[in-house]
Structures are given as structure tokens and as C-alpha cells.
Design a protein around this ligand. Structure first.
Ligand code: SAH
Length: 391
């Protein structure tokens, strides 16, 4: 990992009248990278970065404490740092990475959906959800997504760019601060769960995601101190990534977006299925359980007349049961309809029937609620809407 900040991404402007070389379109459109941030580095690297730039290395721990424990990047609140140079120190090591573009509430104030702009202007979302027994944050790991699942709003955007570890962690810090200051109904609360179910495919940005997971789980001042058991990484089924995660020695929860038990249909719904078909994905999910002892969640977005037939519930149960039943849990959820798509959710009776068939076949099953449907809560909908409006 580099210990020096990357060079500025914008080249210096040449004097007026200087002939301009032709710049290939691809390089002109390359999205800007974020500046390096303290949260991109582990504890040793943080101290070295400060020392390399002429600061006392223990300042790294002080800055990290403000960031991960106090959830702040406000110089005014960092009274243990010398006032002279404090603002510069913060600007250099805790640069601003996310700019709030919009914020919407739903479910009577127990859900807040944020749209953030990254360095370079790309948009991402995170959704904060308060429940009686927990507070869950859904975060993005990429701007856009390259997996092109046709029922998913993010899939329609294509991949814009990967997020850095610090951009992932900034979503957590800002939401944890919002929950702590009482912005959800029910009053001040501690962020307890983080799910990588926003925009992007975690296994396609593995290094930044695993850096983020480690820092979410580490105790302050190394990280936010949210138990790894309460972190969920959701994948469309990239088998090598699933195996890699299984061997990290982290008890994170794995969710697999299956959406169909048969390759013919899954090839359409989750195009990466052509590379990693249903059987290979379920085998990898089963290995994940063996390695970690964590039950794998199988996600199944029910789409009316596409994948919601009772025979498909039976076929899914058979595929899973072939590998046992202790290792898996199915979460059917009604599709959150995406504008300009012909697909919609089945009626609730069909959802119940699908879930009941799985349960009758011995598969642990819980219908997932759809938080924030009235604020375009489904994956990528806010950002897709913005890119339609401005793009
Ligand atoms: N790329 C990862 C994580 C992001 S999506 C993955 O595929 O798992 C998080 C979950 O939301 C996935 O299960 C995804 O299939 C599902 N999803 C996407 N669009 C949806 C929609 N319109 N309605 C319901 N679920 C959706």
C-alpha cells in the first residue's frame, strides 16, 4: 500500500495558446481517484505516513481516535491537538471524501437514505435503518456496478469506479454519527450492523472491501468496533471471492444473490452465472459455512411470473438440500420495481406461497421486509434517477 498521497489527478493547466495534444477519450473520461485518507491504512501505515511527512507518529492515533471513536473530522473538536496547524493536519490526513447530495426519510423516520457525491462527482448511496433491536447501515462499495443484472437499478448504470477503503468507511462514520446524534426516530442509537448491499459488487473490489470490513470490526482507535458477526457481505456469486473471504478468518455473514435455482433463468437475471453457475456458487457457499460456521443467506428477489413459481421454490429447496440444511437460510423479498423495467413484484400471497413451500421442504426461510420502498430504496435507484436527470 502506498504511504504517500497519489499525485493530483488534474494535470496543471498549460499556458494559453499552448498546442494541446490529442487526448484519447478513454483517458479523459477516467474518473478521478480520491485522495489518500488515514482510514485507507492500517495502524502501522498510518504512523509511518505521518512520520514521513514530518509529524510526530502518535498523532496518527489521536486522529484515528477522533475519526473512529468520536466519529468526527471537525478540527474544533480535536482539542488534544495543537491549535497551530490542526486544520492543515486534518485536511491532509482526513480529507473530505463524501459530499451530501440529498437525504430522504421514509418509514416514519426510521429509514434515512443518503445520496453522496465522491471525488470526481460519481454518486453512491447508503441507507440507514433503525429497528427496535438494532441499527443497520446498507453501504456501497462501487459507484455503479459491472454485473449488469437487469432487475437492478445499479446494474443499468454500468461500473463508474471502485470506492477506496476510506470512501467505504466514511459512509459508516457519517451514518454512525447520525444515529448517535438521534437522527432516527426513537432517539440516539448505536450503529450495530453493516451490510454491503448498496451499489456495487464487493468481490469485484475485494481489497478495498476487506480493508473496510477489518476497520469496521476493529476496536477503536483502529476501527469502529462493530462486531464482524454483524457485518454482511453480499455477492452475486463470484466464486473465487467467496473462497477468499472464507479464508480471511473473519466471522462475517455471507449473502448470495441467487434469484433462480436453474441456470437457464439465472443466466438472464444474474449474467455472471454464465461464468459461475448455480451449482458452483452453492458449492462455494457451502464451503463458506464449513470454513466459518456462519450460515449463508440466499437472497431471492421474487419477480412476478419470472422466478416466483411454486415449482421453482421446490427446485431451489432441492438444490440447497442436496448440500444439507444447517448451512443455509433463504430470504425471499418482493422485487422493488425499477423504473423503465417491465418487471414487478408478485402479489403478497405468491410471496407467502413461495416462502411456505421452501419451509415445507425443510429450508429455513424468512421473508425480508422492503424498507424505504417509497424513497426508491432498492439498490441504486437514487443514483440511477440522478444519472437519468443529469446524464
Ligand atoms: N452486488 C451484490 C450486492 C448489492 S445488491 C449482490 O449482488 O449481492 C444487494 C441485493 O439487492 C442483491 O441481492 C440484489 O440482487 C438485490 N436487488 C437488486 N435490485 C433489486 C430490486 N430491484 N429489488 C429487490 N432486490 C434487488
Amino acid at each position: 500500500m502506498p504511504t504517500m498521497p497519489p499525485p493530483p489527478s488534474e494535470p496543471a493547466t498549460p499556458p494559453a495558446g499552448t498546442p494541446q495534444p490529442a487526448v484519447p477519450l478513454a483517458s479523459r473520461q477516467r474518473p478521478a481517484r480520491p485522495p489518500q485518507h488515514l482510514a485507507d491504512l492500517d495502524e502501522l501505515e498510518r504512523a509511518k505516513w505521518l512520520a514521513d511527512l514530518g509529524h510526530r507518529p502518535f498523532r496518527a492515533k489521536q486522529l484515528a481516535h477522533h475519526y473512529f471513536a468520536n466519529l468526527t473530522t471537525e478540527p474544533d473538536q480535536m482539542t488534544d491537538l495543537p491549535q497551530t496547524g490542526r486544520a492543515d493536519l486534518v485536511e491532509q490526513f482526513l480529507p473530505k471524501l463524501l459530499t451530501l447530495a440529498s437525504q430522504r426519510q421514509a418509514d416514519g423516520g426510521s429509514t434515512i437514505k443518503y445520496l453522496w457525491h465522491l471525488t470526481g462527482g460519481a454518486a453512491i448511496e447508503s441507507v440507514l435503518m433503525g429497528y427496535p433491536d438494532r441499527v443497520t447501515l446498507c453501504i456501497s462499495c462501487q459507484a455503479g456496478c459491472g454485473m449488469a443484472c437487469p432487475f437492478c437499478a445499479t446494474g443499468t448504470l454500468g461500473l463508474v469506479r471502485n470506492l477506496s477503503t476510506a470512501e467505504i468507511l466514511e459512509q459508516v462514520r457519517l451514518a454512525a454519527a447520525a444515529a448517535r446524534s438521534g437522527q432516527l426516530t426513537g432517539g440516539p442509537a448505536r450503529l450495530s450492523n453493516v451490510v454491503f448491499m448498496g451499489m456495487g459488487e464487493p468481490m469485484a473490489n475485494y481489497r478495498a472491501v476487506i480493508g473496510g470490513v477489518r476497520a469496521i470490526a476493529a476496536q477503536p482507535p483502529a476501527g469502529f468496533g462493530i462486531s464482524a458477526r454483524n457485518i454482511t457481505v453480499s455477492t452475486c456469486g463470484i466464486v473465487p471471492g467467496m473462497d477468499r473471504l472464507a479464508n480471511e478468518g473473519l466471522p462475517v455473514r455471507l449473502a448470495v444473490s441467487l434469484h433462480a435455482p436453474d441456470d437457464d433463468l439465472r443466466d438472464e437475471l444474474v449474467p455472471i452465472n454464465r461464468r459461475y453457475p448455480v451449482g458452483a456458487v452453492l458449492d462455494a457457499a457451502r464451503r463458506y459455512y464449513s470454513a466459518t460456521g456462519r450460515r449463508v443467506s440466499v437472497e431471492y428477489a421474487l419477480i412476478r411470473d419470472v422466478n416466483d413459481q411454486e415449482w421453482r421454490a421446490a427446485a431451489l429447496a432441492a438444490e440447497l438440500r442436496r448440500r444439507g440444511t444447517a448451512w443455509v437460510h433463504v430470504n425471499p423479498i418482493g422485487l422493488n420495481p425499477v423504473p423503465q423495467s417491465p418487471w414487478t413484484a408478485p402479489n403478497p400471497k405468491t410471496v407467502d406461497r413461495f416462502a411456505a413451500r421452501l419451509a415445507a421442504e425443510g429450508i429455513p426461510t424468512t421473508i425480508r421486509d422492503t424498507r424505504g420502498a417509497d424513497i426508491d430504496g432498492a439498490c441504486g435507484q437514487l443514483a440511477a434517477e440522478e444519472s437519468r436527470d443529469h446524464g
